[in-house]
Design a protein around this ligand. Structure first.
Ligand SMILES: Nc1ncnc2c1ncn2[C@@H]1O[C@H](COP(=O)(O)OP(=O)(O)O)[C@@H](O)[C@H]1O
Ligand SMILES: [Mg+2]
Length: 256
């Protein structure tokens, strides 16, 4: 099987600060790659670099699209890149305010993504919005409510519905469960796990929570100061950590 995404030596500086230092990995279809590391280790910069929200200083990003074409994302013309991001990629933000539009209804938040890719059939858009609300366990009668009236967990589930409506193949998530209560987190994680399976999603999941990667990630990359210090199968890395920083992370979660 060919990788869906290949990242080679991705590098980003902020002035003298190396936020991402020659990061390389492959992501295969249906795989969840967890990225863990303390605050400031470069996790968000990596995700934002992948979607060109921040300009990079080096590296290559190759994506295999639905038509099985290998696309060099760093040289792709902007309109094509933007369309690809809307049709094949999705981004779940830590803060729902960054991933949702709070001034339009839940239904409009979902429908907007379809409008963006050229769907002009109102009945179809409404039907899809309802179907995806149901899929993420939001009652259909909330379709005309504003996300500001939703709980934190519901807002995150609405972010999922908003991106999944265009059937993305690759979903990037930046601390999707951050700031949620433990029971709300558990429900969101269950939902994410079942969606990943049923939709065969490839996911890059950034978190600082070892419990989250244990539950969801097949593979794991540990970042510290912009560098990958350890990578491998999640269970192997967590059960037998080699790098002192990973050992410290694992021990910190074992000792209350
Ligand atoms: N826009 C920016 N300008 C300058 N420095 C930044 C900017 N964004 C992030 N950084 C710095 O880059 C490093 C990595 O940040 P970030 O990717 O947000 O880490 P993480 O998501 O792992 O917490 C941190 O030292 C942070 O202070
Ligand atoms: Mg971050």
């Amino acid at each position: 099987m060919e990788p869906l995404l290949t990242v080679h030596q991705l590098t980003k500086y902020y002035g003298d600060l190396r936020a991402c230092d020659r990061i390389s990995f492959d992501l295969y279809p249906g795989q969840v790659l967890g990225i863990i590391g303390e605050s400031g280790s470069g996790k968000s910069t990596l995700l934002h670099g992948l979607v060109s929200h921040v300009p990079l200083d080096g590296g290559e990003i190759t994506y295999r699209d639905r038509e099985d074409r290998c696309i060099d994302l760093r040289t792709l013309a902007e309109p094509r890149r933007r369309r690809l991001m809307k049709t094949e990629w999705g981004f779940v933000q830590q803060n729902p305010r960054d991933g949702l539009r709070m001034t339009v209804t839940a239904g409009a938040n979902i429908g907007e993504r379809l409008l963006d890719i050229g769907d002009r059939h109102y009945g179809h858009i409404r039907h899809e919005a309802l179907a995806w609300l149901k899929e993420v366990e939001i009652p259909g009668d909330r379709i005309d409510h504003f996300p500001t009236t939703f709980s934190g967990g519901m807002q995150q589930r609405l972010q999922l519905a908003r991106i999944l409506v265009t059937r993305p193949r690759l979903v990037l998530m930046d601390e999707p469960t951050g700031g949620l209560d433990v029971s709300v987190q558990a429900r969101l994680l269950d939902l994410m796990r079942s969606l990943v399976r049923t939709l065969n999603l490839s996911v890059i999941l950034v978190t600082h929570d070892i419990g989250v990667v244990r539950l969801l990630a097949h593979r794991l990359m540990v970042m510290q100061n912009g560098q990958v210090v350890e990578a491998g199968l999640t269970d192997q890395v967590l059960d037998d950590p080699h790098h002192p920083y990973t050992q410290q992370l694992v021990n910190a979660t074992l000792i209350p």
